[in-house]
Design a binder for this molecule. Structure first.
Ligand code: PLP
Length: 456
């Protein structure tokens, strides 16, 4: 850090400040975690200087032997961890992984047939007219994904995202009353839409999804089942989601981030059946540029950690803690969506419980040392900026070693603070919180953190 400070004191100062910040607030952001120092150090090294476009053993640059070793090793570990036929570890993020997946499904199921029909070797050998036909075929494909307000991700066909421009994107929602996915309704929609891709997975949904049933539904119309397990990859790796609930066992293509429940570096990956392997391995140049070999090194370290027997215990404690959080909040009359959780996320309706927006609740809780994020709820009247909900997650506090006692204390602080927040209805952002209540809550959160220090 001294060397960074010599060159740029602002950056060094922010790193130190970020550590202080993460140490002095309880992290309940469902998409974040604390990766190990081994992961962090593996990522901060001289591999960052290497270009290695292509794939292991097939690079467009010289001197990639060590990158080859690391990338092939990381892919092998990912295959082993998830029982996948094929793994591609280059995506820089979850969004990149989804783009690589989309384009490899399009290549495998749409483009290759057209190229073959014209008797060409590859897309660049097509005439302009043939290329125009290929492009219009590609752009007419249907994607059926989970609606953003029901918990799906932006990349699952939300109109503000490239996915809705690349595809004729349709969405399925949760049931308006139960807020649960209704697979009979999804089946009916799949039969009607006949999508190229049926996309499952979520950023904000708390119940198990039967991926075996979804595969059967996809197979009825010959659709590709793609699952984005960005949020719950750690629960798959830790064998909490098994059998019908294991996406890798049932989907054609599975994408993920590596930094959420999986507790690795920021990054993404694609797992797939052998049918899609060739196209997925062409992620660079189809979507990606040069890989980030330092991030791939850190992914390999994280996969090794996740393969250890301890990780399964960690994954099940994440879910136990989330269940405790949901129970304890409900005992304090907080409205928890679907009445509980099967994963690491708890969704709370603060509009129904307290007449607050998510934005007001998020700010009030952050002011007492609890970091979590506001979140849209199904059919949310407050829109994606103010929202009616909060999304809480237990991966990070579980990494710190917190259990039922601490989670109960957190639930009590949350319910006490939210009950004390006052608004005058003139704004969806402004609120007031009694200073005595805030001070008491702050002291309770710092007591908790003193016993569970980050990187002690
Ligand atoms: N997919 C899902 C389901 C996510 O929740 C997220 C991130 O929040 C992503 C993809 C995108 O990941 P990244 O931010 O690494 O691009």
């Amino acid at each position: 850090l001294d060397q960074v400070a010599t060159v740029n004191p602002t950056v060094a100062g922010s790193i130190v400040q970020e550590l202080a910040d993460q140490r002095s607030n309880v992290k309940l952001i469902a998409s974040e975690n604390f990766s190990s120092l081994a992961v962090q150090l593996a990522q901060g090294n001289l591999f960052t200087d290497k270009y290695a476009e292509g794939a292991p053993g097939h690079r467009f640059y010289a001197g990639c032997d060590n990158v080859d070793t690391i990338e092939a090793h990381a892919a092998d570990l990912a295959k082993q961890l998830f029982g996948a036929e094929h793994a591609y570890v280059q995506p820089h993020s979850g969004i990149d992984a989804n783009l690589v997946a989309f384009l490899s499904i399009l290549a495998t199921r749409v483009e290759n047939g057209i190229i073959e029909r014209f008797g060409r070797k590859n897309a660049s050998a097509l005439t302009d007219a043939e290329w125009a036909e290929l492009r219009s075929s590609v752009l007419n494909q249907k994607l059926l994904g989970m609606d953003y307000y029901s918990g799906g991700h932006l990349t699952h066909g939300y109109r503000f995202n490239v996915s809705a421009r690349l595809f004729d994107a349709r969405s399925y929602t949760v049931d308006p009353t139960t807020k649960l996915l209704d697979l009979d309704a999804v089946r009916a929609q799949v039969r009607e839409v006949e999508p190229l891709i049926l996309l499952a997975g979520y950023s904000a949904y708390t119940r198990l999804i039967d991926f075996a049933a979804l595969r059967e539904i996809a197979d009825e119309v010959g659709a590709v089942l793609m699952v984005d397990m960005a949020h719950f990859a750690g629960l798959v790796a830790g064998k909490v989601f098994t059998g019908n609930y294991d996406p890798v066992a049932h989907a054609h293509v599975v994408t993920s981030t590596t930094h959420k429940t999986l507790r690795g570096p920021r990054g993404g990956m694609v797992l797939c059946t052998s049918e899609f392997a060739d196209a997925v391995d062409k992620g660079c140049p189809t979507v990606l540029g040069g890989p980030l070999p330092h991030a791939i090194a850190a992914k390999a370290v994280a996969f090794t950690e996740a393969l250890s027997p301890d990780f399964a215990g960690y994954a099940s404690r994440i879910v136990e803690n989330a269940r405790t959080l949901a129970d304890q909040l409900q005992q304090r009359k907080v409205d928890v969506l679907t009445g509980g959780t099967d994963n690491h996320i708890v969704l709370v309706d603060v509009a129904a419980s307290y007449g607050l927006t998510g934005r007001q609740a998020e700010s009030a809780l952050r002011s007492v040392g609890l970091t979590l994020n506001r979140n849209s709820l199904p059919f949310d009247a407050n829109g994606p900026w103010y929202t009616s909900g909060l999304r809480l997650g237990t991966p990070a506090v579980t990494t710190l070693g917190m259990g039922a006692e601490q989670i109960t204390e957190i639930a009590d602080v949350i319910a006490t603070v939210l009950a004390a927040v006052k608004t005058d209805g003139s704004s969806k952002a402004k609120y007031e919180l009694d200073e005595a209540v805030a001070a008491e809550a702050r002291s309770r959160t710092s007591d908790l953190l003193r016993d569970f220090p980050l990187y002690p």
